[in-house]
Design a protein around this ligand. Structure first.
Ligand code: RIB
Ligand code: CA
Length: 317
């Protein structure tokens, strides 16, 4: 009997982050994952909003006991770039927001990550960063010995066979903090990357949003409203029937890896070029012969993914 993953979600909620966190809480209710904490980072919106939104989402799922930590309020070197045009000014457009009850921990997220990983058993914790990698990079740089506790880092970010979404060559998470992404990829930690190559194959549709809306609980309707607002941007921008649901794919991989396919590769991130900053360069055919440092996911059973997502959301209040 394999033990269920112990997971820390590092997040910049953000509408698809909200879907990922609610999905994770539903999977926790199904005893398929143990969510240890949410660590927040600036990204889709500034840190004070991402942190507040993480606490609101905990309230929505009746998970006020989940510790929420505030982390980096800007990338390691670059100036912060946000995405209010996608997620709204608050980061959670589409639904009414309340003053959160879930407490904010006083410890900094990076200190929490370091102290938790230092004390943890070997290969025991799954990190699931679904925003810019600033917190993770800082923790691994300040305390490389933490790697011993990491079962895997399942990163939502990057793009290679799919084009970029914030620039022609980069996904938002790697673009916002390319230096952090490079540090994490060079850290030697066991890494799986969930790039746009696969998330663009996990697209919303009228039927998929309706399945959430048909659930007999508040969070089904709430998530349908959030996603309806979120996909407005993507359908207009990408001409898809519905927007790609990025962040929940990372949570799904950590619990249901059998839904995905990919390949061990060498990946690096552009940090210098003005034109292609944040681009994830994947040596798909191993032409450089460099040691492979990540499992690059490019296929998903999207029907099963949305079925698991809907079933997990059904367990929430
Ligand atoms: O490129 C997609 C990623 O950027 C997602 O994590 C989304 O939430 C934004 O952070
Ligand atoms: Ca995100």
């Amino acid at each position: 009997m394999t033990s269920i993953p112990k997971m820390i979600i590092d997040t910049d909620p953000g509408q698809d982050d909200a879907a990922a966190i609610l999905f994770a809480f539903g999977l926790q209710n199904q005893k398929l994952v143990d969510i240890i904490a949410l660590t927040c980072v600036a990204g889709n919106v500034p840190l004070h909003y991402t942190t507040k939104n993480a606490r609101i989402i905990c309230d929505w799922a009746d998970k006020q006991n989940i510790p929420v930590f505030a982390g980096a309020n800007k990338p390691l070197i670059k100036t912060l770039v946000t995405a209010e045009e996608v997620h709204g000014k608050t980061g959670l457009d589409g639904v009414p927001l309340h003053e959160p009850q879930t407490p904010l921990q006083t410890e900094h997220a990076v200190s929490f990550l370091i102290e938790t990983l230092k004390k943890a058993q070997p290969n025991s914790i799954t990190l699931c960063p679904v925003g810019p990698l600033t917190n993770i990079a800082q923790a691994l740089s300040m305390a490389p010995e933490c790697i011993q506790a990491i079962k895997e880092i399942v990163i939502m970010g990057g793009t290679f066979f799919e084009v970029g979404n914030i620039t022609p060559s980069a996904d938002f998470n790697f673009f916002v903090d390319p230096h952090a992404a490079k540090i994490v990829l060079q850290s030697g930690a066991p890494i799986t990357i969930i790039p746009l190559d696969v998330t663009h194959k996990a697209c919303l549709s009228i039927k998929r949003v309706q399945a959430l809306r048909d659930l007999p609980n508040q969070n089904g309707t709430r998530l349908a409203d959030i996603l309806q607002s979120y996909e407005r941007f993507d359908t207009q921008k990408f001409g898809l029937e519905g927007g790609p649901l990025h962040d929940p794919c990372a949570v799904a991989y950590a619990v249901f890896p059998e839904l995905f396919k990919g390949k061990e590769v060498f990946v690096d991130v552009e940090t210098c070029s003005e034109l292609t900053q944040g681009a994830s360069v994947v040596d798909w055919w191993h032409v450089w012969g460099k040691p492979k440092n990540a499992f690059w996911v490019n296929e998903i059973d999207d029907e099963q993914f949305f079925s698991y997502l809907t079933r997990a959301i059904a367990t929430l209040p």
